[in-house]
Design a protein around this ligand. Sequence first.
Ligand SMILES: Cc1cc2nc3c(=O)[nH]c(=O)nc-3n(C[C@H](O)[C@H](O)[C@H](O)COP(=O)(O)O)c2cc1C
Length: 198
Amino acid sequence: MPKLLAVYGSPRRNGNTSVLLQNAVAGARDAGACVEEIWLNKLKMSPCLEIYGCKKDGRCVIKDDFQAIYDQISSCDGIMIASPIFFYAVSAQVKILMDRCQSFWVKKYWITNPPNGQAKLRRKGLVISVGASTRKNLFDGLTLSMKAFFDAIDTELTEQLLYTGLDLEGDILKHPDYLAEAYETGKIFCNKFQTAQS
Ligand SMILES: Cc1cc2nc3c(=O)[nH]c(=O)nc-3n(C[C@H](O)[C@H](O)[C@H](O)COP(=O)(O)O)c2cc1C
């Protein structure tokens, strides 16, 4: 049974990305995954202070809610993360998490130091995002950022669900096709681990 993390990055409990991720979680659970959920907006997490206390052993030295997330990421097989587009980027909640995961980057590249930085990625990742506009390059910034973040936490980006034209809370409910796609993608995501593990 794959152990997955679902990370909610919207400040809105019932935001469009939150509803999509809940559908993906339901799909993954129905396919047999064990999923732990993290609502970033409920947590107390400092931004990265760039003091590099993590240089010692790859563990961030700031004592707050990130410590539990560090353990959850370390022990999971895959991560599903959802963020709204805020100014062509991820939400502040997600950006704080990403920056705190510099400790994983330090562990990987400064402490463990895999040959040429080419170590095989241990985890798989699914990204969900939503923006209000329909501009062509709306997700470019988020995708670049997510790939760099995923590399730091040893995660291969395998699935992406990106939807445009959704703004107000509840807009997503007018798109049952998107919700069904999120549910199916959660199932497919979970099945990828079962194939890999069998
Ligand atoms: C601070 C802020 C910045 C935003 N920036 C963008 C943007 O650059 N492009 C865009 O299309 N939508 C932008 N939006 C709209 C959100 O992406 C949109 O409302 C989305 O549906 C929110 O997802 P959520 O309900 O999961 O939080 C912004 C909204 C806020 C509050």
